[in-house]
Design a protein around this ligand. Structure first.
Ligand code: LLP
Length: 436
């Protein structure tokens, strides 16, 4: 039998059962029930260290990777980020509250968003968020107002669009001029926003931010973005004598979900990026600023796996086969939203030849409730079998809903000092807790 493709080295097979982080998925499903999100603590830490070590080796002192907590935000993860010495990126008062509840030092947080309300801004300031990533002029004025009201100065970087099209899927392609995010360099709006920030009494402008997209595999997009940003920085030095201290290049590298994705050597990419940054700064006659990046997916995606139980297998002669599971688009909407690829297995039948193909579908009441199409399964698969969907640590729990009044699954952390429930399974009482 052909060895299956595993998107991450934390997957293996023992006695016909898929193992995740060295543990039996069958035993975990029996203990905690399904659907179930699993997280591999050692892998999260290892993924952080890849960025931390490369940053230390190649970027100026004070440079720091910030975990984009939108990928998966819960207290357990913020605690790991504290322990690993990562910064974080937060995008809402809810993420700020969660990070704070976990004891995360928000001085090491970037606060993002293209529409931060006055209430959000006040809350973030009162929680001590270190740096605001300001998106537009109206927001800049609101931050100035709130900082003035508190008699303090707020550290700020400005979100710019370098005008790069990453050719990832449209929903996550954000670096183009035509974007709801940031101020475009090309149109002069980036310069206008910079000028305005420099004139504000309660804004300390540290530098600039760009985020060109997510799940990006193209060879040199970070390098191209950096070159454009650094040329702008040199221009700001000339025009306003403004020295950029901090350049934040946004989200991290793409991760493999299926064999066709290939993989990225992150330390090598960061080394190359550093070379490009140093050269561009030398050419522009400006000092190399501190560098930040905001990896989300590449920190948690391959540290996650979802387990489901099969309820029914439907074979429609002349059409196709359907394997129905006890979760679906409510716990993983990514195929429904983006047609995202996943590697999936009948986790308790790993020693059987996958001799049929089926659509892996959820239990929600709509036909678009698909986790993956054309999944190879052994034809013996049936009710009670276990299905594993790999690489679900990013943007699954984070995007889960209660559609059809389904309870969100638990997240179990496969910890270095034992397993623990990082997020408990929702109950029917949770579902009705807010109802009048
Ligand atoms: N920084 C900013 C400003 C971002 O907007 C994002 C992602 C990140 C960092 C993290 O990017 P990453 O390292 O995770 O690629 N829901 C979509 C992904 C949306 C990404 C949004 N922004 C998905 O499930 O694929």
């Amino acid at each position: 039998m052909k060895q299956p493709y595993f998107p991450c080295e934390n997957l293996s097979v023992k006695d016909g059962v898929l193992q995740f982080a060295g543990q039996s998925t069958a035993a975990l499903a029996a203990q905690y029930g399904t659907p179930l999100y699993l997280l591999d603590e050692a892998r999260i830490r290892q993924n952080c260290r890849v960025y931390l070590d490369a940053f230390k080796a190649h970027f100026p002192a004070g440079s720091l990777p910030h975990y984009a907590s939108k990928a998966n935000a819960c207290k357990a993860i913020y605690r790991l980020m504290t322990e690993e010495g990562m910064g974080v990126d937060v995008v809402s008062p809810g993420e700020i509250f969660t990070a704070k509840s976990a004891g995360f030092d928000l001085a090491r947080a970037f606060f993002h968003g293209n529409n931060k309300t006055d209430v959000d801004i006040a809350f973030a300031m009162d929680c001590g968020v270190g740096c605001f990533v300001v998106d537009n002029e109206e927001e800049l004025c609101a931050v100035e107002r709130e900082a003035a009201a508190r008699g303090r100065t707020q550290n700020v970087i400005l979100r710019l669009t370098p005008g790069i099209d990453t050719h990832t899927y449209a929903a996550v392609n954000t670096g183009k001029v035509d974007s709801k995010f940031g101020a475009a360099i090309e149109t002069g709006q980036a310069e206008a926003l910079t000028k305005s920030a420099l004139q504000k009494d309660h804004i300390a402008l540290l530098g600039f931010h760009c985020h060109i997209g997510s799940q990006v595999f193209e060879e040199d997009v970070f390098e191209r973005a950096a070159v454009i940003m650094i040329a702008f920085m040199a221009q700001m030095k000339k025009a306003y004598d403004f020295t950029t201290q901090l350049l934040n290049l946004g989200g991290g590298y793409g991760v493999p979900y299926v064999e066709a994705d290939g993989s990225i050597d992150i330390p090598a990419k960061i080394a190359t990026l550093a070379g490009v940054i140093n050269a561009a700064c030398a050419e522009g006659g400006i000092p190399v600023p501190r560098i930040a990046m905001e990896p989300g997916r590449s920190i948690v995606a391959d540290a996650g796996l979802t387990l489901y139980t099969v309820g029914a297998v439907k074979r429609i002669p002349g059409y196709k086969n359907y394997v129905s599971i006890d979760g679906g688009m409510a716990d993983n909407p990514r195929f429904a939203l983006y047609k995202s690829s996943y590697t999936c297995f009948a986790a308790n039948r790993m020693d059987e030849e996958p001799d049929m193909e089926a659509s892996l579908v959820g239990r929600c009441c709509e036909s678009g409730d698909i986790i993956q199409e054309r999944v190879p399964f052994p034809s013996s698969v049936g009710r009670g079998d276990l299905v594993a969907v790999c690489t679900t640590g990013a943007y699954n729990y984070a995007m889960a809903s209660n559609y059809n009044r389904l309870c969100r699954p638990a997240t179990v952390m496969l910890g270095e000092n034992g397993n623990y429930v990082a997020v408990r399974r929702e109950t029917f009482e949770d579902l009705t807790a807010l109802d009048a």
